[in-house]
Each structure stands twice: as structure tokens, then as C-alpha cells.
Ligand binder design. Sequence first.
Ligand code: SF4
Length: 372
Amino acid sequence: MLGPGAIAHNGNLLNAEAIRRDLESQGVEFETSLDTEVMARLIEHTHGKTWAEVIRGAFARVTGAYSCGVITPDQVIAIRDPFGFRPLCIGFIPHAGQPSHVFASETCALDTVNATFVREVQPGEMVVMDDHGLQSVIFQKASRHAMCVFEFIYFARPDSILKNCELEEARIRMGQELAREAPVDADMVIALPDSGTPAAIGYAEASGIPFREGLVKSRYINRTFIQPTQSLREAGVMLKLNPLKRTLAGKRVIAVDDSIVRGTSSKRVIDLLRRAGATEVHMRISSPPMRFPCFMGVDIGSSKELIAAKRTVPEIREQIGADSLAYLSIPGLMRAVGRGTIDEFCRACFDGSYPVAVPQQLEMDKLALETH
Ligand code: SF4
């Protein structure tokens, strides 16, 4: 071990369990169940003359999604997995005591420290920053790149730029594509705030139907789909959203959201809109149906929790109680993203084509449609 270090990680390791068991068999003790600790212990027990050599050796054993920063006493090392699932970028601060580079997951973080964007860390690249500047090495190449397309739909902040594309703009284009693919006659377009707002604006622009605010979101409640239990998620929807009754009364409403995961939030929202007086509620979703679980770090649940895993779109429409329901197609999504070909992105939660082999046990746990 070369000295103390600290690690930050965004992603999910696919072989964390196997590495943990291997290290435990060598007497290594763990204090948490986090895969970040697996990485830290792996680095701790990998030999090498320099930190860069140790980290390269450790990550050669790891599969899955990771964008990591490692801080040592005299270096900061950024490393991104060969598929490039999660974002990672380099910025530059010209006016701090001495000019300095910084690393961040998303470019919006650079703005908050007055850093300028330099470039993205490439998939499979390790960048070492120290007093001599930046040194870069491509440490592993994958058969293809597979940036998570869900970062474009929902996950990353709208004020971030990925693949030279501002995400707010991409989300507006998703709404425009959706309006062209799934038009419907109505009086107003509303968003499920906040994440559905850019797509709703795009839908309104392309359809010529006015955009109105129909639901007010409490600023004190967080995302509902990542709450741990169903009852907390349902309570979250009611606490989070309140309808504007005078705006909605007697109106045919197009409600735009970025995704439907379990369908419970959508059902609650449609109930809210009807109780507020909406005469028709047409749901439009600015992503394709989520039919498969994510193994690369987005906690959308297992197949048995995903409403689209074994239901058709008409069946989902019936379950959530909408007058009509339509999703954006995968080609429409790619046109909206407008960067690279479809094979440069991971879209496995929509079509099940995982870019990286998933360990059998994980597959069994998350892909099973029914509990026995
Ligand atoms: S499965 Fe979906 S959420 Fe997970 S990395 Fe792929 S595109 Fe992103």
C-alpha cells in the first residue's frame, strides 16, 4: 500500500460479489455492503510501484459501470469504465491560487466552481492529475461504447452537457418527436414536474397545443421512484404534487412524463387530474417502455416491479386509468439525442440488449417476473 487514499464512485460493479468473496478468502475484512468498498479494498490489496499502476491493476479485474475519482496525497486520478456507462468530465479553473484541473460527473458541477469544460474522460481512460498537469492512458478497450441513454432522458441534470449536447435541449426534442409520433386532440399540455417539463414544452411546441402548468410540485419532497417501499412512494406522490383545479377544470389534458417505472405514480397523478376536473387525460411518455431491469447503477427495480415487463401498452393504459397512452419509440429517442449511433448507447432497460455480460445470479434475482 502506497499510503492513504479516498475514492468516489458513480455506477455499479457487476462482479463485486466475486471480488469480495475472493478478498475475504485472503483474510480481508469488510465494514459495509457497498461496491465502493469492494473497489477500495481491491485497490488496497493490489500491488504496484505507483498509484496509477495499482489502480490500473485493480480495475483490470472489475466489470460493470464505474466513473471514479481516487484522491492520493499528491494526485487525483479519474477513471471511467471501457463502455462509458456513466458520465465523467475534466474542467479547468484558471483563477484558483494556481491554475488547476478538476474532475466531475456532470458539467453542471463545473459551473458552480467557475471551471470551464475541457473534455469528457473517454471510456476506458485513466487520467492522472498532479503538479505536472494531466497524463492520460487508455487502459482498456471495449467492443463498443454504451453510454446510458437514461442519463439523457432523466438521470443527468438538464443543465449538463453530454456528448456535446445540452440535456434540456435533448429532452425538448424528445417531446417534439413524441408529438409527431403520437398526436392527440386536447386543450393543454402539462408536465409531470420537474423531470417531464422539457419534454412537455417540446410536445406543446410541435403540436401547437398550449403548455400550461397543471401540477405544482413541493420543493421539499424528493424523487418518488427511488423511495424504498411502495407506501412511501405513493405517499410521496400525494405530498409532492398538487393540481391547479381552476386551470384543469373541464379541460382535455395531455400529461407528459419522462418515464413510467411501476405505474403507481402515473395512476395517482391521473386520479389527481380527474378529481381536479380534467375531462380527459392522455399520457405521453418521452422514453420507450422500461421492460428490463438495470444492472449498471440505475435503481429502477426488478422485472416483477416494472409495469411494462409483461404488459402491452393498452394494458398499461388501462391499469393507470388514462384515456390514451403513448411512449416515444427507440428511433425517435435516438433522433432526439442526435449524437452518435444507437450502438454507442446502452438502452438495455428498453430492449434487453445488455452491452456487458450479467452474472447469472444477478440475472436470476432481477429478471424473474414472478416471486415464488
Ligand atoms: S439499462 Fe437503462 S438505465 Fe441501465 S445503463 Fe442501460 S440505459 Fe441506463
